[in-house]
Write a protein that binds this ligand. Structure first.
Ligand code: RP5
Length: 176
């Protein structure tokens, strides 16, 4: 079974990552979740990451706010693909975390998502797994199709609304 690891710098980061976790579970992907901080519990981070491959994990998502060194630290301990999710903190609205994660020096990459981009992190991890897992690939295609259908429905609702507004305007003018 396809498997992803999620490391959260704090339990307060869960709200950002939960939509991505849901995507992974909906696609039938198993997920190991750990709350562990690069500065508060560095040994726990290391233990989780070093043993990840042998536990079947193929991609790791690391979620952190503020001076977010967690994704880089995770990447330092593994050659598995690491996806970093910057979390919007109070002081700098996530810019601090974004720059900490995205500006990895050459040699140890972290694929960086948008600030609070937990849902895309789940989808991106799924797309990596989809390279070798047909079931995940099918789920991803279905997800894209239903997303496109939802856009079409919204477009139709807006078209009807704007056309009827124009019609009302025309009728009002001819009545004057
Ligand atoms: C970071 O500090 C965490 O990733 C979190 O985003 C932020 C605040 O952590 P808490 O004070 O809520 O535990 O390490």
């Amino acid at each position: 079974m396809a498997k992803v690891g999620i490391v959260l710098g704090s339990d307060s980061d869960w709200a950002v990552m939960e939509p991505g976790y849901r995507i992974l579970r909906d696609f039938g992907i198993s997920v190991d979740v750990l709350v562990a901080s690069a500065h508060r519990t560095p040994r726990a981070v290391q233990d989780f990451v070093v043993s990840a491959k042998e536990r079947g994990i193929e991609v790791i998502i690391a979620v952190a706010g503020a001076a977010a060194h967690l994704p880089g630290t995770v990447a330092a301990h593994t050659t598995l693909p690491v996806i970093g999710v910057p979390v919007a903190g109070k002081a700098l609205s996530g810019m601090d975390a974004l720059l900490s994660i995205v500006q990895m020096p050459a040699g140890v990459p972290v694929g960086t998502m948008a600030i609070d981009g937990g849902k895309n992190a789940g989808l991106y991890a799924a797309s990596i797994l989809a390279l070798r897992d047909e079931g995940v690939a099918r789920c991803l295609t279905d997800f894209r199709e239903s997303q496109a259908e939802a856009v079409c429905r919204k477009n139709e609702v807006l078209r009807i609304k704007t056309e009827s507004e124009e019609k009302e305007e025309k009728n009002a003018k001819t009545e004057r």
